[in-house]
Design a protein around this ligand. Sequence first.
Ligand code: UD1
Length: 417
Amino acid sequence: MDKLLIKGGNPLVGELAISGAKNAALPIICASLLCNNTLSLTNIPQLHDVATMLRLLGQMGVVVTIGDKGTLTLDGCKLDNPLAPYEMVKTMRASILVLGPLLARCGEAKVSMPGGCAIGARPVDQHIKGLQAMGAEIRVEGGYVLAQAQRLKGARIVTDMVTVTGTENLMMAATLAEGETVIENAAREPEVVDLANCLIAMGARISGAGSDRISIQGVDRLHGADYPVMPDRIETGTYLCAAAATRGDILLTRASPALLDAVIDKLREAGCAIECQPDSIALKAPRRLKSVSLRTAPYPAFPTDMQAQFMAIDCVAEGSAVIRETIFENRFMHAVELIRLGADIRIDANNAVVTGVPALDGATVMATDLRASASLVIAGLVAQGETLIERIYHLDRGYERIEEKLTRLGADVRRVR
Ligand code: UD1
């Protein structure tokens, strides 16, 4: 199993291009299940989760052609096996995103209950409830969701909580349903908007994406399209935090700072100087960061996917901060690992009190989930001496060529096999 060996102390300096967004690419790839023409995508990040999703669609009959420089074509005309087997989906929760499209296009689907990061129970009841409201018959048997519907019917769906993939699944299913579907309490995340824009390019009739009320007028069929995936706002935020923690000075290009308001506000509060252009963002860190308190919540508030990285910077900032996680019930697993590096963190239910220390010390730590791994990388970059991060397959799920990108910015990082 690969490990990452980091020699801490180098400030991150220089320019870096941001990759396409994992959490937009995954649902957009699933949108190819909705039509029998070719969907051509650009700015697709090379990540394990993307490869897993492509394998999954491939065994369903979608013809996947991977081009160079992040291009991809998906041809769904031979889709004949609406099955997502456990073996293929166990590592990736986003695989539940095939459920809505398969049901809408094939009238049936058999999808294994998903795995993914161990950050909480993460049920899929809202996906199921919404599809049932659209007339699907669904039962859960032997770890699989078994769904059937002649043709889905438009419905008004009010989700119990804001769910990102739930909104995406229902929105995709509704594009081919009969009549109008309205999703109330919809997720407003930019990745939902990116998916909606791709679906619209494929002929879907969707309005309100980006608000908490999305309305979809079903059509008989969708067609192929060319679509570029949006930049990854969480990758952007992660490199900003890494630069902030290491007293760095970086310019991130091909980014979308407009989608990062909450994160940028917090980095400014920590003392960083930040300048934004429409598609780039520059950060210069102060000599010592000030600690920042935060509370995660659905977009446009502070993203749960940036919580771990901010905990890492609070570990070495001046003062104490309270970090409150409100989305997932078990998302502080990085804290015990950060403590191994010398951090001062106290956890009380979904609150973490982090008191900055003058320095962290390198140690061997274990990556436990995707964003937790990112926080350990940031901590390793600031720690004195060597930090060895085990189980970095989590990082490879969501960060494209991370050691190469960090090395380009001056970090001393090596993959150990
Ligand atoms: C997506 C993102 C993930 C991010 C999360 C929250 C993708 C591929 N993943 O995950 O990176 O951390 O949004 O921004 O886009 N819930 C239920 N029942 C459901 C669905 C959700 O109880 O049917 C709960 C979850 O357990 C969680 C909360 O709702 O507590 C939000 O989850 P959700 O937005 O669905 O997260 P994901 O879509 O899985």
